[in-house]
Design a protein around this ligand. Structure first.
Ligand code: AGP
Length: 604
């Protein structure tokens, strides 16, 4: 999952590329590079490692010119080094190219091109595209690109320029996101909207099979046959501050603190007194016998959590699957299925593939997405936005919470449609929901306590997270948060399952995070905690404030305000996020850009 940026206009390209790459490097940060066309030649700087390395190198050189390409890499083919960093070239160093995606048939293409006499310098799949375009180049870059594209199998968002045609950038999209920004000073191309914030007010989202031909005087969008396509422009809804850290040490911490607002915003947008309105025709939600939820990572945990609530209060059977499993299992399609895919980025390759498979099955498809106009949002029959705002930190926090509230509102809407008699809980939920932002603020006020606990626990080499019932998925999520930003191994487990193996892990060194707010399974969690304590386990309890029995069982506790257990699922993630954040920060990890990760997994 890389970040690509291009500019062609009246301004100097380099500062635009640098700023754009800084905004995009959450998509991948193994190496970075820029090329700027100055008159008849490209100046290029590429550096392995983070953007800072590239910025340092750029201070040593001047790169005038108003056409430029930039790239920040998440390595798929080839080591992390300068040679494999993008941009990549043809043999004559006349054609520069940046790419996000994977060319699955790059090996046979490379062999064919080597036989034609092409000389390769890198191990990447991307370099093959540059040489393939070169092999078709007869003075018209657009035509050469259109001839090369049908040969490519796999995913790509690419941008290409030639020093022989210094007033043109050609871009193409297949399965990887690509956006065109239209500004007074020129045209921007980027992997996603975060790079265009404060630069381009109007944007065009390219679809699969589309090519953008950008010139200083204007642009055209075509299909891969070269036929002109008419596209609508959209206004960019995010503003600069939304993608800046605003004084926080990390984006992740800022986004953790934004969570009360995220809840308030979704309450405002989707609820009216005690009804839920997604601005989707009621008939879309009718005549459903089964719901299948498909997602990855954190979004998958939100789906697991929704299963408990939808089945319990709406009485509709739900299955939840990771996208990568769903797309390859021999799924038994049932006619009246509502397919729900959850994705913060709306670009996750496995989830997009699952959505496309569901459409082949003829399912009604509903996307729950944070990034507006993303691919998944555009391809599903209906979309419900989760309104978390841009989430830059690679580890998902506010987006997860937004997924929980929107999924719970979906459960309530389905209850209203499918239950003849509304349970008392239905009305209580809306009353309780309004208190959640305040409860989150109260927990945030405890951050210093959680930080000191992190100081103590940061040396542990393993963690066990336990939860039961509707909070069991939060145990999985808490473990994921810790491991993905601190690199400490952590495992989430159902509390009742601990006796069937993981209890062997318990000793005084192993912190056990026990999620046990008030609710139906609180007593069962107490039993599990006592089993841990009996073996000198060190329990950190996420408990409802004032629960003295649990406090006695725990080594330390992080209290959360009392809420019905369904709503407690929106309180529990916050202490888990803060604990993971502080441990990772104290270990000196790069919290916003953890090693080996990327924000949007747009490859399989
Ligand atoms: C969560 O902290 C991770 N960054 C990752 O698991 C993420 O949730 C997953 O890749 C799904 O991404 P999506 O929501 O954009 O589809």
């Amino acid at each position: 999952m890389c970040g690509i940026i291009g500019y062609l206009g009246k301004k100097d390209a380099l500062p635009i590329l640098e700023k754009g790459l800084e905004r995009l490097d959450y998509r991948g940060y193994d190496s970075a590079g820029v090329s700027v066309l100055d008159g008849g030649s490209f100046n290029t700087v590429k550096k392995p490692g983070r953007m800072d390395n590239l910025k340092e190198a750029l201070k040593q050189t001047s790169m005038p010119g108003s056409l430029g390409l930039g790239h920040t890499r998440w390595a798929t083919h080839g080591e992390v080094n300068e040679v494999n960093a993008h941009p990549h070239w043809d043999c004559r160093q006349e054609i520069a190219l940046v790419h996000n995606g994977i060319i699955e048939n790059y090996r046979p293409l490379k062999e064919m091109l080597i036989k034609q006499g092409h000389v390769f310098v890198s191990e990447t799949d991307t370099e093959v595209i540059a040489h393939l375009i070169e092999s078709y180049y007869e003075g018209d870059l657009e035509q050469a690109v259109l001839k090369a594209l049908p040969q490519l199998q796999g995913s790509y968002a690419l941008m290409v320029a030639s020093k022989k045609e210094p007033d043109k950038i050609i871009a193409a999209r297949m399965l990887s996101p690509l956006i065109l920004g239209i500004a007074k000073d020129g045209y921007y191309l980027a992997s996603d909207a975060t790079a265009l914030v404060d630069e381009a007010a109007l944007v065009i989202y390219l679809e699969d099979g589309e090519v953008a031909v950008i010139r200083k005087q204007g642009f055209e969008i075509k299909d891969f046959k070269g036929l002109i396509k008419s596209k609508t422009t959209s206004a960019l809804s995010w503003s600069g501050p939304a993608v800046d850290k605003k004084g926080f040490a990390h984006f992740m911490l800022k986004e953790i603190y934004e969570q009360p607002e995220v809840i308030k915003k979704n309450i405002e947008i989707y609820t009216e007194k005690d009804t839920v309105d997604f601005s989707i025709d009621q008939r879309f939600f009718q005549d459903i016998d089964r719901i299948t939820i498909v997602a990855c990572g954190t979004a998958y945990h939100a789906g697991l959590l929704a299963e408990y609530m939808i089945e319990e209060i709406a009485g509709i059977p739900v299955t939840v699957d990771t996208s990568s499993e769903f797309r390859y299992r021999n799924f038994v399609p049932e006619a009246k299925t509502l397919f729900v895919c959850i994705s913060q980025s709306g670009e996750t390759a496995d989830t997009l593939a699952g959505l496309r498979l569901a459409k082949e099955f003829g399912f009604k498809t509903l996307a729950m997405v944070n990034v507006e106009n993303s691919t998944i949002a555009r391809e599903a029959d209906k979309v419900i936005y989760t309104n978390a705002g841009p989430e830059i930190g690679v580890a998902s926090t506010k987006a997860y919470l937004s997924q929980i509230i929107v999924l719970q509102l979906l459960a309530l809407k389905l209850t209203h449609l499918y239950r003849k008699q509304l349970p008392g809980f239905y009305y209580r939920y809306f009353t309780e929901l309004k208190k959640i932002p305040l409860y989150l603020e109260k927990i945030l006020a405890e951050a210093p306590v959680i930080e000191s606990l992190a100081e103590e626990l940061q040396k542990a080499s393993n963690f066990l997270y336990l939860g039961r019932g509707i909070n069991y998925p939060n145990a999985l999520e808490g473990a994921l948060k810790l491991k993905e930003i601190s690199y400490i191994h952590a495992e989430g487990y159902a509390g009742g399952e601990m006796k069937h193996g993981p209890i062997a892990l318990i000793d005084k060194e192993l912190p056990v995070i026990a999620i046990s707010p008030a609710g139906r399974v609180r007593d069962k969690m107490l039993s599990n905690m006592l089993e841990v304590k009996a073996r000198q386990g060190k329990i950190v309890g996420i408990i409802t404030e004032g629960d003295s029995d649990l406090m006695q069982a725990c080594y330390k506790t992080i209290p959360v305000p009392f809420a019905e257990e369904h709503l407690s699922t929106m309180l529990v993630p916050l202490p888990l996020q803060l604990l993971a954040y502080y441990i990772a920060a104290k270990k000196g990890c790069d919290v916003d850009k953890p090693r080996n990760l990327a924000k949007s997994v747009t490859v399989e």
